[in-house]
Design a protein around this ligand. Sequence first.
Ligand code: ADP
Ligand code: ADP
Length: 219
Amino acid sequence: MISVNGVVKRYGNKLALDDVSLHVDRGTFVSLIGPNGAGKTTLIRILLTLMKPDKGDVQILGYNPFHNKKVLREVGYVQEIPTYPPFLSGRQILELSAKVKGIDKSEVKRVLEFVEMDSLANFPIIKYSKGLVQRIAIAEALLGNPMVLILDEPNMGIDPIFSLKTREILTKLKRKYNVTILMTSHEMEDVKKLSDTIYMLYKGKVVFKGSVEDMIRKF
Ligand code: ADP
Ligand code: ADP
């Protein structure tokens, strides 16, 4: 469903990704972990076609997204702590986003219910905690019902009560809706509870790939 094959990426002399390969099978949950500077964001930016690899290629649903931009319609992306206009409500933000993406307005209601935000959706963003803002971001990524969801540090700096809810939402997406998920995270609780497979990047190289049990055994 997602496949990264021998990707190399340099920033000047700095080797950010050094022959990285990674695979996410349909309906599975893969976590990408590793210290700051390991190359996680670079890899995600390449998958989203925000930058080109120097070598190697990526495929999503069997398509190279650089050649077939349309496949990106099947990819929802949740960035780390999104910034929204503070005086718009969650619902207004989703309605705007649906409009921009050419998605029917009825989708807004569906995604708000999915993230259990329908009762709070009319408050302005400025009144939301970080955790609630993050849920709006997840709802936004789910507009149009994508087959793939990519999340960058979804629970970074979020109150544990709220991160529990995020975890529940991601579990439901995977189990009930068979969404394929790639997440970067520093939150080991999330990684342990959610992942089928974990990849660890270190200085641009994959230094570990395995299940949660494999990881616990090894580290
Ligand atoms: P991570 O997301 O794992 O923290 P990044 O992909 O952001 O890692 O960064 C990988 C490496 O590339 C780091 O050493 C970082 O300093 C470097 N890097 C990232 N972006 C740039 C950039 N725009 N210019 C130069 N170096 C960069
Ligand atoms: P057009 O709108 O230009 O007629 P097509 O629908 O014929 O486009 O497809 C153009 C290219 O996009 C083809 O190479 C096709 O294989 C590819 N393609 C079609 N559907 C998808 C999809 N869901 N995801 C990615 N690529 C697709």
